[in-house]
Design a protein around this ligand. Sequence first.
Ligand code: ADP
Ligand code: ADP
Ligand code: ZN
Length: 215
Amino acid sequence: MNIILLGPPGAGKGTQAQRLVERHGMRQLSTGDMLRAAVKAATPVGLQAKAVMERGELVSDEIVSALIGEELDAMGPETGAIFDGYPRTAAQAEALDGILGQRGRSLDHVIELDVNEDALVERITGRFTCANCGKGYHDKFEQPKVAGVCDKCGSTEFKRRPDDNEETVRTRMAEYRAKTAPILPIYETRGIVSRVDGMADMDQVTDAIEQVIAS
Ligand code: ADP
Ligand code: ADP
Ligand code: ZN
């Protein structure tokens, strides 16, 4: 199974991808996470991407598509893939078809998380993750069960993204509207798009996604 989670920053892609990984043993392929790892390791890709990400603009199609290809090659052919934050442009959507085809894979579902833009700034500015295992949290919507301790791994270290501020989020939302939303019609003509209400509770969103992938 190969699925794309599509939606603006803060829509809940990462949250839902983590749940699918736990429930179905699928693999989350987040180009945002891959790029942040490259920035941290100061690789040539990371050095190129850092300032672009800080501004909330898009990194080049060639870079992110190469990262996706490498990550797929590191997985077993039977492992399902959840694309989170990729593709983000028409060129990436086209590249993904080639990348999947070369590996005997094809897209099963494109799941659009439909959200109200007004909610996104609050979601993004309250977002934090476990510094050890990466589990996602929110100051208001998903606090650790024991304050200051990760539910999943017990770590007491958390981190926030430098680009999770209101100004950068506005740029990221504009990039989504201009470059990412327009790729939906490509998938609509193939009949593989499902729309899920991303404003619902996290558990309800998960249930709706489960229904799509069971169909
Ligand atoms: P994305 O990967 O699409 O940018 P995230 O999954 O990181 O979004 O979610 C952004 C923030 O909003 C996180 O802090 C997460 O805990 C929170 N969040 C995710 N889904 C919901 C939801 N359905 N309701 C309320 N908050 C949510
Ligand atoms: P979010 O989950 O909030 O939507 P991501 O973690 O997916 O954000 O992406 C963070 C940043 O990394 C983006 O603002 C962009 O600069 C870069 N990025 C991630 N994925 C891509 C991609 N597929 N194409 C271009 N840039 C990307
Ligand atoms: Zn943790």
